[in-house]
Design a protein around this ligand. Structure first.
Ligand code: BES
Ligand code: MN
Ligand code: ZN
Length: 490
């Protein structure tokens, strides 16, 4: 499937399906649309009246045209109210149109929507992202492909001639999102610490990144007792991934992005019980998937920023070698941790990853982690929690997420709550009281960052979707990649 741009008008474009965006409460036809309606003998007016089309965002109606016209079918798609139009509205609209057109076995499709904010490049990129995200299908684990609807061959974005670079960018970014989706969707007997390291290797080779994999012995030498404590019951070797993108010129910034990489979280001896969602815990490497997806995108986009992609990857399992609840671990910065709950394992692996990143001398660190169920209780399935003592990074990430169409919401790092993590025997416990569970988790992480501006995104909710929306099928979303790419490029 190729996406093209042109300045062809709606009345002269020829092909299978023409999709036209209309604002809510303004569906009367003027200008080019009135001309097209006349050219088509009033079909558009009839369709709008008969179907009571109001232009609500993502609502669609369509009709077949008599043969002899320039197109076979028309799709009208709602854009919502003019004043609430966002870049993400257009991303969603393009996705909705692409899905509908595919169902109708369209081979050639044209989309005509207004340019957002006089910015044709961002508009073309968002439209292309929506299309590519919506048409992604994961058939890896089916013995037979279920959805045999033929692929759309070409999609033309009308009125956006010359925006080829934006479409290439969209392809590069979505290739990263789709990698993250595949990694999260794959079960724990398919994606393991070993295969995560292999995926990092593939990215390094394909796009010329540097890769260092620290094996268990290397991590022991660095004193990563917190990470290794989590890893000790698994039959699989832990892998500490450090993938580096370096630009060919002097970098204008240096960044580190860390992802929680639990390829499965059983809870450990504090095992997850019935109704805990243990069978979904293959997605506990959603943070690591997002950083690998971002690395894949950045390796193609080639910005003049140095980026370190880091994940301490392992499983949280049980065996005779497992951590006992109450064990005391020593992290690589020398701090001691009383593990009062083996199911609060993500923060233990992140502790050593943060200490490692803090020593790289980067300008900022962001970590992404499916860290707490409490964050899902607070913000639901669609919104990630943002925690940082640094207003600057908070603002950068909020802007990056907004443009990306990913939802994040800042929550407080209430220092007083650290009291809940005080231990009678070690420097801290890994788990505090039930209330404010995602805040104490963030405060725990903060103990392992000394020198570098840092932010933490709790992505436990949005890495997985129970229901499909315009550009996501149900399942793995690839959440975080688009925000991180924007942040690196900003
Ligand atoms: N991986 C989980 C958090 C999680 C829960 C992610 C649901 C996605 C969906 C994490 O390791 C965990 O088990 N957290 C515990 C912390 C508690 C023991 C303090 C939790 O949220 O219950
Ligand atoms: Mn856990
Ligand atoms: Zn976990």
């Amino acid at each position: 499937m190729t996406i093209q741009t042109s300045n062809t008008t709606i009345s002269t474009w020829t092909g299978d399906t023409l999709a036209i965006g209309l604002f809510e409460d303004a569906v009367q036809l003027t200008g080019d649309l009135a001309a097209l309606d006349q050219q088509w003998g009033g079909i558009l007016t009839e369709l709008i009246t008969e179907e009571e089309f109001k232009g609500k965002a993502n609502s669609t109606i369509f009709s077949r045209l008599p043969s002899g016209n320039n197109v076979r079918k028309v799709i009208l798609v709602g854009l919502g109210k003019v004043e609430t139009l966002k870049l993400d509205t257009l991303r969603g609209v393009a996705a909705t149109v692409a899905r509908n057109a595919k169902k109708q076995r369209t081979k050639t499709l044209a989309i005509s929507v207004p340019t957002y904010n006089n910015d044709p490049a961002s508009t073309a990129q968002a439209l292309a992202e929506g299309i590519l995200l919506a048409l992604f299908q994961d058939n890896r684990f089916k013995s037979e492909v279920e959805n045999k609807t033929p692929q759309i061959e070409t999609i033309e974005l009308l009125g956006l001639a010359g925006q080829e670079a934006a479409i290439i960018r969209a392809n590069q970014i979505v290739s990263g999102v789709n990698l993250a989706r595949e990694l999260v969707a794959a079960p724990a007997n398919s994606v393991t610490p070993i295969t995560m390291a292999e995926t990092a290797q593939t990215i390094a080779q394909e796009y010329g990144l540097e890769l260092q994999i620290l094996e268990r012995e290397d991590c022991e030498k660095l004193g990563m007792g917190a990470f290794l404590g989590v890893a000790q019951a698994s039959e699989l070797p832990p892998k500490f991934i450090h993938l580096t993108y370096k630009p060919s010129t002097t970098p204008k910034r240096k960044l580190a992005i860390i992802g929680k990489g639990l390829t499965f979280d059983s809870g450990g001896l504090n095992i997850k019980g019935v109704g805990s969602g243990i069978e979904t815990m293959k997605m506990d490497m959603g943070g690591a998937a997002a950083i690998l997806g971002t690395a894949k995108a950045i390796g193609q986009l080639k910005p003049d920023v140095e980026v370190h992609f880091i994940s301490a990857v392992t499983e949280n399992m049980i065996s005779g070698k497992a951590m006992h609840p109450g064990d005391i671990l020593t992290a690589s910065n020398g701090k001691t941790i009383e593990v009062n709950n083996t199911d609060a394992e993500g923060r233990l692996t992140l502790a050593d990853a943060l200490v490692y990143a803090d020593k790289l001398g980067v300008d900022a660190i962001v970590d992404l982690a499916t860290l707490t169920g409490a964050c899902i209780v607070a913000l639901g399935d669609d919104i990630a929690g943002l925690f940082t003592p640094d207003d600057n990074i908070a603002h950068q990430l909020q802007t990056s997420a907004e443009t990306a169409g990913e939802k994040i919401w800042r929550l407080p790092m209430e220092e007083k709550y650290f009291e809940g993590l005080k231990s009678g025997i070690a420097d801290m416990k890994n788990t505090g009281p039930r209330g404010g569970g995602s805040i104490t988790a963030a405060l725990f992480l903060k103990q392992f960052v000394k020198n570098t501006p840092w932010a933490h995104l709790d992505v436990a909710g949005p890495v997985w979707a129970d229901k499909e929306n315009s550009y996501n099928n149900a399942g793995a979303t690839g959440f975080g990649v688009r925000t991180l790419v924007n942040w690196v490029l900003s």
